[in-house]
Write a protein that binds this ligand. Structure first.
Ligand code: TRP
Ligand code: ZN
Length: 881
């Protein structure tokens, strides 16, 4: 049976709303099974809309108990109201009020969109289309309203009542055990930014004074008893507020800023105006329970949601096609913040790893879409790595293309012109075109064409003429619905290094002066040749420095050139890239040769040794350089007929060979970087721990007995989670009793700490051995497992599907079947999370023929189910197309 999918929504069909809603007055009486919502909407015809048009308000699973127009009751049985729509055929053509009462059952809301319960608290999630699950509304981002929300609840059940904006009044409801609070948000906003929270929560408080001297009260609300774990998030929040003032001139605009951490959340966090709601994994941290990576994630997500206050909230999106307008820009801003707070090079490497791991496969498979899509069936499926991460890359390229000054001026113009509006990508780009006096028509293709461009570069040195010719070409493979690709504007950062490792000054008649000065060359036609003059000896070309564009680079570079780049490049990113390229070449060759465990080129081992020798210069960078390309990195390079077992074997063999060959140097590093003193999550300390854990992984790969001994001691003696988990991960790769003992001990230590138990599930889901399938099935029956909790589901099933290549892609198809079973079950309760899980199949056509057959069978089995959500049906249809 063909799955039912919602109808196709097109950007080209956009029409302004026929009505506007100026104010929304809500009165919400919280109750587990019968929350009463009374909404009073002040509506008027939109001068830019169609005069006399019917008023169609969106709903989703709503139950209306009363509807009144200008105070006069309408019969809700009259046929104009259904669970998903409220239609007034002939509304007044002057301002009027609509009063609607709905009754909700938050305890039964398993989709975690709209009003739901997480633990003992009530909370909301309205992006993208969740407000319509609370009341009927013009639930689209271009309808901006001023909200006043009265929240009432039982005093004992929900002593804390939070809403958007500032708190106006609060008090007891006389003669009852209930109390209330009224929140008013003076900033007009779209419905997706509405939020409320009620519960018995603990909190930490702080304050912040803006540059112009306005005090802001800061609060972070968490599960009682976890208050101390919110300290780092609070610190990150204050640093974010300062940074946005310093770097973008943006101040906060309300008296209070609250963050609430909940344990049931479909995504990372949500930027509701003045009341951010977070997945608690991005708030709670202590040295015993959170790794350095967790701390970094908290810093990034706190900053991201805070930065949305200007890029997303003050200036929002006209429609959901413009999602990248707020998301790509805000990711760019959070990346820049973390770069300033930590190490710019290491952050860039981490971001590019994420882009390649999450976005490149999306862009080359059946789910490929533009940074700004033209169509969608389910908007929840477009909160993707393409919109977020490639969207951020496009902003980064724009900055490089027009220069830092014009970029800063363009941002200032954007805030000036579009503050308080719902804007488009065109609005955004017009600011930068004006600020730079450049035509951005061709640049805009980055928003309009999907697919990762392939840039191929060849260079030829003429010793007699002392010239170097660099030939550049670009091409982009077809993606679903787009067979012809026009050339992109690709900024390529380039440097030349001489044989002593020195930089060569760039001189050329084929390049513009600005290009020679900045070292960034613009490739905007299918081909370009640049001839460099006065090059005294054959140089090494360092291209795509700092990953100046989200492209795949193909450039013939042999070991000698790569080793020269590793040793001498002034661009830290390309030092890292040189080793990645070298290792990928070796591994792809090993897989293709059919002899994945053939002997390794000793020059590569020597290169890794040189990284260890220089590790003290920048331990965090060294740890990144030491990390071999992942199995999916290698698979992407091979691109088709993929056999994950061969890839695993080749990579494992390389890891083992290095571990054994460099045992003395690794042992030295391991001893030298032993933790001393109290834990601090700062980047330098984190880098030292990362380097030491990387040494441990190599040592364990090279010599199981030694690895076992070191990892056991590190696990037992660990005083922080980074070291404990580093040891646990090493032990997890070593089958035997020690591993099982560690897993038992780990569970016993952290049994009541959900976020740590998530790590325990992930550790086991990612063991690359055949027994893992049964282990995962067993864990699904574990008392601590529940499909109702998204973090737990992602920790076990998500980790299995995306973090265990050999087992998810088992040749017998059992990995696919397992994940499809979970998707089918989960779809009945939480379609958003189910759809995300299903997207693990997006690379299925790159697998070898037997695996493709198994994957297709599993997908078709899901398709045959008769009740699929729109979310899952949309992903499934596109995946199979
Ligand atoms: N706007 C959120 C962010 O990027 C994303 C988000 C949170 C979201 N919850 C969601 C998107 C639910 C879709 C559905 O910061
Ligand atoms: Zn965001």
């Amino acid at each position: 049976m063909r799955p039912e999918t919602g109808h196709l929504i097109r950007l080209s069909d956009y029409l302004p709303p026929d009505y506007l809603i100026d104010t929304v007055d809500l009165d919400i009486k919280l109750d587990r099974h019968a929350t009463h919502v009374r909404a009073l909407l002040a509506i008027r015809p939109n001068p830019k809309g169609r005069a006399g048009a019917p008023l169609r308000l969106d709903g989703d699973e709503l139950k209306a108990t009363r509807i009144a127009l200008n105070g006069i009751d309408l019969q809700p049985t009259a046929g104009f109201v259904t669970p998903d729509q409220l239609v007034i055929e002939k509304p007044p053509q002057e301002p009027f009020t609509l009063q609607v009462e709905t009754v909700l059952d938050p305890a039964a809301n398993t989709k975690f969109t709209g009003l739901y319960r997480s633990g003992s608290a009530y909370c909301t999630q309205c992006e993208a289309e969740g407000f319509r699950r609370i009341t009927y509304f013009l639930d689209r981002p271009d309808v901006l309203s001023v909200y006043t929300t009265r929240i009432e609840a039982d005093k004992a059940e929900a002593p804390v009542l939070l809403g958007n904006g500032n708190r106006q009044v609060s008090g007891d409801v006389p003669g009852t055990s209930r109390h209330f609070a009224v929140w008013h948000d003076p900033h007009p906003k779209p419905s997706y930014l509405f939020a409320l929270v009620g519960g018995d929560l603990g909190h930490v408080r702080d304050s912040y004074t803006t540059k112009s001297g306005t005090p802001v009260e800061l609060g972070i609300y968490v599960e009682k008893g976890k208050e101390a774990r919110a300290a780092y998030a609070m610190d990150a929040l204050k640093r974010s507020m300062r940074w946005d003032e310093d770097m973008f001139g943006r101040e906060y605009d309300l008296d209070v800023f609250n963050i609430v951490a909940v344990s049931d959340f479909n995504m990372g966090a949500m930027e509701n105006k003045g009341l951010n709601v977070f997945n608690d994994k991005y708030v709670l941290a202590s040295s015993e329970t959170a790794t350095d990576a967790d701390y970094a994630g908290i810093e990034t997500v706190i900053a991201h949601e805070y930065f949305h206050n200007w890029t997303g909230n003050r200036i929002t999106c006209r429609d959901w096609f413009q999602l990248c307008l707020k998301e790509g820009l805000t990711v760019f801003r959070d990346q820049e913040f973390s770069s300033d707070e930590r190490s710019r090079t290491v952050k860039r490497i981490a971001d590019v790893r994420t882009l390649r791991a999450a976005q490149f496969p999306e862009d080359s498979g059946p789910l490929a879409h533009n940074v700004r899509p033209d169509t969608y069936r389910e908007i929840n499926n477009f909160y993707t790595a393409t919109v977020y991460n490639k969207g951020a890359e496009v902003i980064r390229m724009l900055k490089r293309f027009i220069g830092d000054k014009a970029f800063a001026d363009g941002m200032a113009l954007y805030f000036e012109r579009f503050d308080g509006t719902a804007a488009t990508v065109e609005n955004f780009l017009s600011c930068f075109a004006d600020a730079s006096q450049r035509d951005l028509t061709q640049f805009k293709r980055w928003y309009e064409q999907a697919g990762t461009p392939l840039v191929s570069a060849t260079s030829a040195y003429d010793a007699a003429a002392q010239t170097l010719t660099v030939d550049l070409k670009q091409s982009t493979a077809p993606t679903p619905g787009q067979s012809e690709k026009k050339p992109f504007v690709i900024p390529l950062s380039l440097g030349l290094i001489d044989h002593n490792g020195g930089a060569i000054a760039l001189a050329s008649e084929d390049a513009e002066a600005a290009e020679l000065q900045s070292g960034t060359f613009i490739l905007k036609s299918p081909e370009r040749r640049i001839t460099f003059r006065n090059v005294a000896s054959k140089p090494v070309v360092s291209l795509l420095r700092n990953f100046s564009a989200p492209v795949r680079l193909q450039m013939a570079a042999g070991p000698e050139e790569l080793l020269a780049l590793l040793a001498h490049d002034s661009d830290g990113f390309n030092r890292w890239q040189a080793v990645q390229t070298y290792a990928t070449d070796l591994l792809v060759q090993a897989v293709r040769s059919g002899e994945p465990t053939a002997p390794i080129d000793p020059r590569f081992i020597a290169a890794m040794d040189s990284v260890l020798v220089r590790a003290h210069e920048d331990p965090a960078l060294a740890a990144q350089i030491l990390a071999l390309p992942s199995e999916t990195d290698i698979a992407r390079e091979i691109a088709k007929d993929i056999d994950p077992d061969a890839i695993f074997a080749a990579r494992d063999h390389l890891q083992c060979t290095i571990g054994l060959a460099l045992q003395p140097a690794l042992t030295k590093i391991y001893a030298q970087y032993t933790e001393t003193g109290a834990y601090s999550p700062d980047a330098l300390s984190a880098g030292r721990r990362a380097l030491r854990n990387s040494a441990l992984a190599y040592l364990a790969a090279g010599d199981k007995a030694l690895g076992l001994e070191l990892a056991k001691a590190q696990f037992d003696g660990a005083t922080n989670m980074t070291n404990r988990l580093g040891a646990a991960a090493a032990l997890a790769t070593l089958p035997g009793a020690a591993r099982e003992t560690m897993l038992k001990d780990f569970y016993a230590r952290f049994a009541d700490d959900a976020l740590v138990i998530d790590k325990w599930f992930t550790l086991q889901a990612t063991i690359p051995e055949a027994e893992t399938l049964e282990r995962v099935k067993g864990l699904m029956a574990h008392e601590a497992f529940s499909l109702a909790n998204p973090n737990r589901t992602r920790a076990l099933i998500g980790a299995f599907a995306t973090g265990n290549q050999t087992q998810f892609h088992r040749a017998d198809g059992a990995g696919y079947e397992l994940v499809i079973d979970v998707v089918a079950r989960l779809d009945a309760t939480n379609p958003q999370v189910a759809a995300r899980m299903l997207s693990a199949f997006r690379t299925w056509r790159t697998m070898d023929a037997p695996r493709q057959t198994k994957a297709e069978a599993a997908l078709l089995r899901l398709k045959a189910k008769d009740k699929l959500s729109n979310d899952v049906a949309d992903i499934l249809t596109r995946t199979l197309a």
